[in-house]
Design a protein around this ligand. Structure first.
Ligand code: TYD
Length: 202
C-alpha cells in the first residue's frame, strides 16, 4: 500500500486558494486516491470551536498563537496522522506556515517562539507539498468578496497583508523542497494546468 501524502494550501486572504483546493481534491479523487479535505484553524469538533474564538474574539497575540497550535495538535492527532496512516491523501486549507505568516509576519510575534511551538507540536511532520498562492495585495483585496462579512484577519490593513505575504515568501525560500509558489494573478485555467503537472509529479 502506498502511504498517503500531506498537501497544504496557503496564501493571503483573497489569493484564490479555495478555488484551487477544490480542483486538486477532484483531480486526486479522479485518479483513484482517497482524499480527506480539511482546514485550519479547525478540522475537528474542538478545533472548529477554537476557530470561532480565533476569528471573532479579541485576544493577546500569544494567546492567539497558542490556540492556533492547540487546534493544530488536535487536528494532527485526530485527523491528519490517522488519515495518512490509512494511506489517504490529506489536503489542508492552511497549516503551520499560516501561523508564521499571520501571527509572525503580520502581527510580529517573534519567529523563534513559533519555531519552538512547531518543534513541540509536530517535530516529525511536515507537508509533502505546500502550494503557496501568491498575489500582490491590490489583487487580493479586490477579490475579497465585498458582500461577505469579513473576519478579524480579513479586516486588517494593507501593511498587515504585505508583511504576511513577505513571511510566506520567506518560508518558501527557506523550504524550497516542499514549497511551490504559484503566481495567482494568472488565469484559472493556466494555474490548473500547472497544478496538474505538480500533482502528476508526486
Ligand atoms: P481562511 O482560511 O481564509 O478561511 P475562509 O476562506 O473561510 O475565510 O480563514 C482563516 C483565517 O485565519 C485567515 O484569515 C488566516 C487566519 N489564520 C491565522 O491567522 N493563523 C493560522 O495559523 C491559521 C491556520 C489561519
Amino acid at each position: 500500500m502506498t502511504l498517503g501524502k500531506f498537501i497544504t494550501f496557503e496564501g493571503i486572504d483573497g489569493a484564490g486558494k479555495s478555488t484551487h483546493l477544490a480542483f486538486v481534491a477532484d483531480l486526486l479523487k479522479s485518479g483513484g486516491r482517497t482524499v480527506i479535505v480539511t482546514r485550519e484553524p479547525g478540522g475537528t469538533p474542538l478545533g472548529e470551536k477554537l476557530r470561532e474564538l480565533l476569528l471573532h474574539e479579541k485576544m493577546h497575540l500569544e494567546t492567539e498563537a497558542l490556540l492556533m497550535f492547540a487546534a493544530r495538535r488536535e487536528h494532527i492527532a485526530e485527523v491528519i496522522e490517522p488519515a495518512l496512516a490509512r494511506g489517504a491523501w490529506v489536503i489542508s486549507d492552511r497549516f503551520t506556515d499560516a501561523t508564521f505568516a499571520y501571527q509572525g509576519g503580520g502581527r510580529k510575534l517573534a519567529l523563534d517562539k513559533l519555531e519552538a511551538l512547531e518543534q513541540w507540536v509536530h517535530p516529525h511532520l511536515q507537508p509533502d507539498l505546500t502550494l503557496l498562492f501568491d498575489v500582490p495585495l491590490d489583487v487580493a483585496r479586490a477579490r475579497l468578496d465585498a458582500t461577505r462579512e469579513l473576519d478579524k484577519f480579513e479586516r486588517e490593513k494593507a501593511e498587515f497583508f504585505q508583511a504576511t505575504r513577505q513571511e510566506y515568501l520567506r518560508r518558501a525560500a527557506q523550504f524550497p523542497a516542499r514549497f511551490k509558489v504559484i503566481d495567482s494573478t494568472q488565469a484559472i485555467s493556466v494555474i490548473q494546468k500547472e497544478l496538474a503537472e505538480i500533482i502528476a509529479g508526486m
